[in-house]
Design a protein around this ligand. Structure first.
Ligand code: PEP
Ligand code: MN
Length: 343
């Protein structure tokens, strides 16, 4: 349920509601928006009703959230969530650009990619050190060594780093190195893992599972947030369909739907979404035009030599073009914002 405060409600009126809820053992999440202040309540509906909150000074109304996800829902937090990571705001005025190889390979190779994407305006460097591979015989990632290379690249370029964590036991290690913990599509419903990244409080890039509904995806975000971590960034990376000319189908429907249902920022990953380098830039543009807050793409100096996902990896020069185009489309999108308000 949500307590909507009156416009101009005083701090003491807000505190009173918060204290009452907390004293009854109910979860109370305050969201001070530009126009409205709301308090999201977690707990049994009957218990909330018993308190007579509607009669307290400063309270406008009490409303029920009909979604199964609460903390992740738009009504709980009417304004867009913004997450600051090393000076860049995800969900803020500039589109987020994340790029890097599928897997961390050599130290020099990674540094070269990092320098180039930085020059092109990227904010973060991606790269898997622990890789979820369909075959146990494929390269599984460099492990901690790869995380060290990522940290070196951050040190030199100032780029934030994003890397996947696949098991709860490795969360403390990966969290020690990265700025953003990536939860891969295959682990979107690994609930112990979601809880473990939730406990770190670090930003989490939560990819959508390729066979999961938007509701299941938002419930996974809820798992992370229920541990007290509000810093969730959603990432649409393509779902499985009957189509075979592309690796997956980048579900751009998800972008406006998520922005309607949730306040969390959403990125698109056209690399995994289409699976072929030649379509990546087109779909990055399309993702931004659909309203995504940014893109994450796989880049390599020589994609034909990449240790994983070479087919869908673009070159450094192609990334430079992509970054320009994404910024241009985003600029146009800003001019539409008031008319396209989804809330
Ligand atoms: C990746 O980012 O390299 C990756 C494995 O992504 P996904 O989990 O979306 O397949
Ligand atoms: Mn990949």
């Amino acid at each position: 349920m949500i307590v909507v405060m009156k416009e101009g409600a005083s701090q003491s009126e807000i505190d009173r509601v918060m204290e009452l809820l907390q004293s009854k053992g109910l979860g109370a999440h305050l969201s001070v928006g530009v126009e409205t202040t709301v308090i999201g309540v977690i707990g049994p509906k009957e218990k909330v009703h018993e308190l007579g909150i509607e009669t307290l000074p400063g309270v406008e109304k009490l409303v029920t959230v009909s979604y199964p996800f609460k903390l992740a829902s738009r009504p709980f937090h009417p304004d867009d969530t913004r997450i600051e990571i090393r000076g860049h705001v995800v969900g803020g005025p500039e589109p987020t650009l994340i790029a890097g190889p599928c897997s961390v390979e050599t130290r020099e190779g990674l540094l070269e990619i990092a320098r180039a994407i930085k020059r092109s305006g990227a904010h973060m460097l991606r790269g898997g050190a622990f890789k979820p591979r369909s075959s146990p015989y494929s390269f599984q990632g460099l492990g901690e060594e790869g995380l060290k290379y990522l940290a070196d690249a951050r040190e030199e370029t100032g780029l934030a780093i994003v890397s996947e964590v696949m098991e709860p036991g490795l969360v403390p290690l990966v969290a020690e190195y990265v700025d953003v913990l990536q939860i891969g599509a295959r682990n979107m419903q690994n609930f112990p893992l979601l809880k473990a990244v939730g406990r770190t409080g670090k930003p989490v890039l939560l990819k959508r599972g390729f066979s999961n509904t938007i509701e299941e995806w938002l419930m996974s975000a809820e798992y992370i947030m229920a541990e007290g971590n509000p810093n969730v960034i959603l990432c649409e990376r393509g779902i499985r369909t009957f189509e075979t000319y592309t690796r997956n189908t980048l579900d751009l429907n998800a972008v406006p739907v998520v922005k309607h249902l949730s306040h969390l920022p959403i990125l698109v990953d056209p690399s995994h979404g289409v699976g072929h380098a030649r379509y990546v830039t087109d779909m990055a543009r399309a993702g931004i035009a659909a309203g995504a807050h940014g893109v994450i793409v796989e880049v390599h100096k020589d994609p034909s030599q990449a240790w994983s996902d070479g087919n869908q990896t673009i070159t450094l020069e192609e990334f430079d073009q992509l970054a320009r185009q994404v910024r241009a489309i985003h600029q146009v999108m800003k001019t539409f914002e008031p008319a396209a308000s989804l809330v």
